[in-house]
Design a protein around this ligand. Structure first.
Ligand SMILES: [Zn+2]
Length: 298
């Protein structure tokens, strides 16, 4: 029993040894497989990583490219924009060019630039306006608190002195007015007409016959003086008679005559005298034209 047991034990040991050998072998094989798989995985992983990096870098490159593309696109967009902005520009330019020949409107006036040489012929009305930032070189006239453009003031002073010699006092009542003051006065007049039941558009037009829109008044230029301030009675005064006879000799015209209201779109203002230069003033006096007619602007 003991031998048998020993044999059995031996057999068992051998069997176990074989089994453990086989197990070891299997373990080694498994380990090898695992190692191989591991190596393969690492390789694959590395490969994937490399690929990923390559992809990432290429994506980054693409991103850069796309960024480049994006930066290329904006210029394109900019180009498109600039092209599209050029279109309105050219349209604007065309509009500007066209508006030189076409008078502006009360809602879309032509903004003018003042000629250095022909400044005295500057036409302003509802359709033609000076820029809001225009600042004339102003001086006080005849010891009054009223100002005119320096170039005009000297002519007013001469006319004033000449009238004074004839016993006539051409009291400066209202000379230069700022753009802002003109705007306030004009808006107040619009409100007045709106209060009378007129639509805003109608009120604008009606207001402009009495108070010119900002930038369209000769007072904003500093080229005109309202004389004496008696307004509707001024027509019957000695001062008015004197001006009718002599103002042209000093370069002044009555800018808004009674019979030209359909052209000037401004009420009859016998008190409003505007400097246009002696030559033009005499021509206008002789022809009976208003500045719009003289300049060929309807
Ligand atoms: Zn006036």
């Amino acid at each position: 029993m003991i031998d048998l047991n020993k044999k059995e034990i031996k057999n068992i040991k051998h069997k176990k040894a074989r089994e453990s050998g086989a197990q070891k072998f299997l373990c080694i094989v498994l380990a090898c497989i695992v190692a191989f798989v591991g190596i393969v995985c690492v390789c694959v992983n590395n490969r994937n990583k490399t690929l990923l990096e390559a992809q990432t870098s290429s994506t980054a490159g693409e991103s850069n490219d796309s960024q480049n593309a994006t930066t290329t696109v904006p210029p394109k967009q900019e180009t498109t924009e600039s092209t599209s902005s050029k279109v309105p520009e050219s349209t604007e330019a065309e509009t500007d060019a066209a508006s030189v020949n076409k008078p502006g409107t009360i809602d879309n006036p032509t903004i003018i630039t003042i000629s250095e040489t022909d400044w005295h012929l500057t036409l302003v009305n509802s359709g033609y306006r000076i820029p809001s930032d225009y600042e004339p070189d102003l001086v006080y006239v005849c010891g009054s608190s009223e100002r005119l453009d320096k170039k005009v003031a000297e002519h007013y002073e001469k006319m004033y002195a000449a009238a004074e010699k004839d016993g006539i006092k051409l009291t400066p009542c209202s000379g230069y007015r700022s753009y802002e003051l003109q705007e306030r006065n004009y808006n107040r007049k619009i409100e007045f007409f709106e209060g009378q039941g007129f639509s805003t558009e109608e009120a604008k037009v009606k207001a402009a016959t009495i108070i010119m829109p900002p930038g369209s008044s000769e007072h904003n230029l500093g080229y005109a003086m309202d004389i004496i301030c008696v307004e509707e009675w001024f027509e019957g005064t000695e001062e008015f008679k004197w001006l009718q006879e002599n103002a042209a000799d000093y370069g002044f015209i009555m800018r808004y005559p009674k019979d030209k209201q359909d052209i000037t779109k401004v009420i009859y203002e016998p008190w409003h005298w505007r400097y246009v230069g002696v030559e033009t003033a005499k021509e206008l006096k002789a022809s009976g034209q208003v500045l719009e007619e003289y300049l060929g602007v309807s």
